[in-house]
Design a protein around this ligand. Structure first.
Ligand SMILES: [Zn+2]
Length: 224
């Protein structure tokens, strides 16, 4: 993104459409365009064709992290095979996977960490220790970016919530301790997540220091 656009992005508010875990049927129809988001954040566990529908209708950047019900999007290790016969799962077309990455989108610096606390076999699940190492590697990547407007990170996108921020105590849903550390270190304006189903209720925003913590299920419009 060029410099003036970056600057403009910092001055104006950014309209974020965040989606997670459940397809919001209300977004199939005229309502979607009236939301006029600048960017879409996908917090995981959504059908790829739903994300492709959103990005094609809105024509704005869509970045996402995988949830624990998504397939592994990592290329398999095929170095020991004479030739790769399993092609890696491709993510949704036109969308950008930001798992363990930090990117610039519409003047915002956005980092992502997908997956949930491990509770069974399968992809995109991690112990607290494994996520801690992933978070540390991400922290290094964030630190390598130059500080901008007094901040290195504007938005943290995760599938699981930060530990202690969800009204649940079961092992699969308690959330990650390392997310709390990331938020306390970088003070992003917003941390958005999914994974904790509100069962139709609209949950109040949480707060961690100055960071707004929002459960996006099934969809939330957020201005920052
Ligand atoms: Zn989940």
């Amino acid at each position: 993104m060029d410099r003036p656009a970056l600057q403009a992005g910092l001055e104006k508010t950014t309209r974020i459409l965040a989606v997670a875990d459940e397809v919001d049927e209300a977004l199939y129809g005229d309502k979607l365009k009236t939301l006029r988001p600048d960017i879409v954040l996908g917090c995981g566990d959504l059908p790829f064709d739903y994300l492709e529908y959103l990005v094609s209708c809105l024509d704005v950047p869509l970045v996402y992290v995988p949830g624990n019900h998504d397939p592994s999007l990592e290329p398999p290790d095929v170095s020991w095979l004479p030739q790769p016969w399993e092609t890696p799962v491709k993510g949704p077309e036109g969308c950008e996977n930001i798992d363990a990455r930090v990117v610039e989108v519409r003047g915002l610096r956005v980092a992502g960490l997908g997956g949930s606390v491990r509770y069974k076999e399968g992809a995109n699940q991690y112990s607290q220790g494994q996520m801690s190492r992933r978070a540390l590697r991400l922290e290094v990547r964030i630190r390598l970016k130059r500080m901008r407007a007094g901040r290195r990170l504007d938005v943290l996108v995760t599938h699981a919530p930060p530990f202690g921020l969800a009204e649940t105590t079961d092992a699969a849903h308690v959330g990650f301790v390392p997310f709390v550390r990331l938020i306390r270190t970088f003070h992003p304006v917003l941390a958005v997540h999914g994974h904790i189903h509100p069962f139709g209720r609209v949950l109040a925003e949480g707060k961690l220091g100055s960071t707004r913590v929002v459960n996006a299920i099934p969809s939330r419009m957020i201005e920052i």
